[in-house]
Design a protein around this ligand. Structure first.
Ligand code: ARG
Length: 471
């Protein structure tokens, strides 16, 4: 231990481990295969820790300088793919520390003063999740920008609005797309809240109880960009709420992406024919030459499953754990990494797919009137113009729908005589409200689908979400 190279974690623990780890122990125990993704955060945390130790006179300045130079060299080795990750050294923390000692000797063995892998890994993972949140926010913002661009282009293009996937009332495509802008805005807000809660530093909690050395937790917290040190050392090493916060937010966001993807899948069918997805995001069939499968959208929909699964997995890992650290917590990483990779891929793919998607506005317009979607407008007209109580007006409109179905025509095609036979108060002027454009234009309540409101809402959304000045 005092000279030469450290070959296994056991050597770092000292004399009371006489035997080597069983090969199966190494397989179940080692996390280096996945936690090497934390290398940059681990180096960063060690740099802050070494500086603080020297500032407090816990290690000498020469040792600090050797440590900093050594860590910088190791970072370069890893970046350039020259670093050998060794499963016998368990995890990223021991791999880097052993390499440091190999490079700089004695000073390397001083780095772990007043620290434990428990506070180290908690710190590293917080730093990693913080970056993941920032990446997700940037991708969400970009997706919102694409949606707002489309919403603007289609602010007045009518389409059927659905409830129960039955044609309900005409809306505009811009209004429909802008609904997703709101959802992704809430996701960004959830990520921002998660980031605020996450941004406290566990470093200095050591194994669980704090340390007898005169450390400066404010200093390390500040250097690592945290708002403050965590208040309780036991909580600091046992808490993974920040990972759950990330996963929960990612899961909700993945559900939003999945609903959007589901609509694209439906809308791209010849039966709907609302949208043509970019060829580059679809595939053909080897047997059915007419097919154009929306694979990317289907995968965005499908991949939401694994993000949701990772949230449930980590909740399950944590739920029975006594305080403070238990090795179970090493299971936090793979799901988290996969969730972040998956979410980022789905956000980017959805934005790219939408950027090139072409909506068939003629087809949307034709579909908007199918299924007597202006029946509510007929009822509202009776209320507004004739003073009929709404419930009664609803019954008249229902009779009109039945009659139009019998005749196989639209509400607006019912003759004057037909209308009068349904109810004497239905005079021909009612036809003015039965067109889809009139219907949509009349829905001017705040948050409604009238193009004038949609354009205002888009401008407001640009200001709220993209930070653009209101025009
Ligand atoms: N690889 C471990 C993890 O990810 C680091 C912490 C190990 N701590 C310990 N006391 N063995 O959780």
């Amino acid at each position: 231990m005092t000279s030469g190279t450290t070959r296994s974690a056991r050597e770092l623990w000292g004399a009371h481990f006489a035997t080597d780890a069983a090969p199966l122990m190494q397989r179940i125990n080692a996390s280096i295969g996945f936690d090497k993704r934390l290398w940059a955060e681990d180096v960063r945390g060690s740099v802050a820790h070494a500086r603080m130790l020297a500032a407090r006179g816990i290690i000498g300045e020469a040792d600090r300088d050797a440590i900093l130079a050594g860590l910088e060299a190791i970072a370069r080795e890893i970046e350039e793919g020259r670093f050998v990750f060794d499963p016998a050294l368990e995890d990223i923390h021991l791999n880097i520390e052993a390499r440091l000692t190999e490079r700089i000797g004695e000073a390397g063995r001083r780095l772990h003063t007043a620290r434990s892998r428990n506070d180290q890994v908690a710190t590293d993972l917080r730093l990693w999740v913080r970056s993941a949140i920032d990446r997700a926010d940037a991708l969400l913002r970009e997706l919102q920008a694409v949606l707002l661009e489309l919403a603007e282009r289609h602010a007045a293009d009518v389409m059927p609005g659905f409830t129960h996937l039955q044609a309900a009332q005409p809306v505009t495509l811009g209004h429909h797309l802008a609904a997703y802008v709101e959802m992704f805005g809430r996701d960004r807000d959830r990520f921002a809240c998660a980031r605020r809660r996450l941004n406290e530093c566990p470093l200095g909690a050591a194994a669980l109880a704090g340390t007898s050395f005169p450390i400066d937790r404010e200093a390390t917290a500040g250097e690592l960009g945290f708002d403050r040190p965590m208040a309780n050392s036991i909580d600091a090493v046992s808490d993974r709420d920040f990972a759950l916060d990330y996963l929960a937010t990612a899961a909700i966001c993945a559900v939003h992406l999945s609903r959007l993807a589901e609509e694209l899948v439906l809308w791209a069918t010849p039966q709907f024919g609302f949208v043509r997805l970019p060829e580059a995001f679809t595939s053909g069939s080897s047997i059915m030459p007419q097919k154009r499968n929306p694979d990317a959208a289907e995968l965005v929909r499908g991949k939401s499953g694994r993000v949701i699964g990772h949230l449930v997995a980590l909740l399950t890992v944590l739920k029975g754990l006594p305080l403070a650290y238990s090795k179970d917590m090493q299971e936090d990483k793979e799901g988290l990494f996969d969730a972040a990779d998956t979410l980022e891929l789905c956000l980017a793919a959805t934005a790219a797919m939408l950027r090139e998607a072409r909506f068939d506005v003629a087809r949307l317009r034709a579909a908007a009137g199918l299924g007597h979607t202006t029946a509510t407008d007929l009822a509202d007209w009776l209320v507004r113009v004739k003073g009929v109580p709404f419930r009664e007006a609803h019954a008249v409109a229902a009779r009109a729908v039945r009659r139009a179905e019998e005749l196989g025509c639209g509400l607006e095609d019912l003759s004057d005589a037909e209308l009068a036979a349904l109810d004497p108060r239905l005079d021909p002027r009612v036809r003015e409200v039965l067109g889809v454009d009139r219907s949509v234009a009349s829905r001017t309540s705040f948050g409604g689908t009238a193009p004038v409101r949609v354009r205002e809402a888009i401008a407001a959304a640009r200001a709220r979400f993209l930070g653009e000045a209101q025009r």
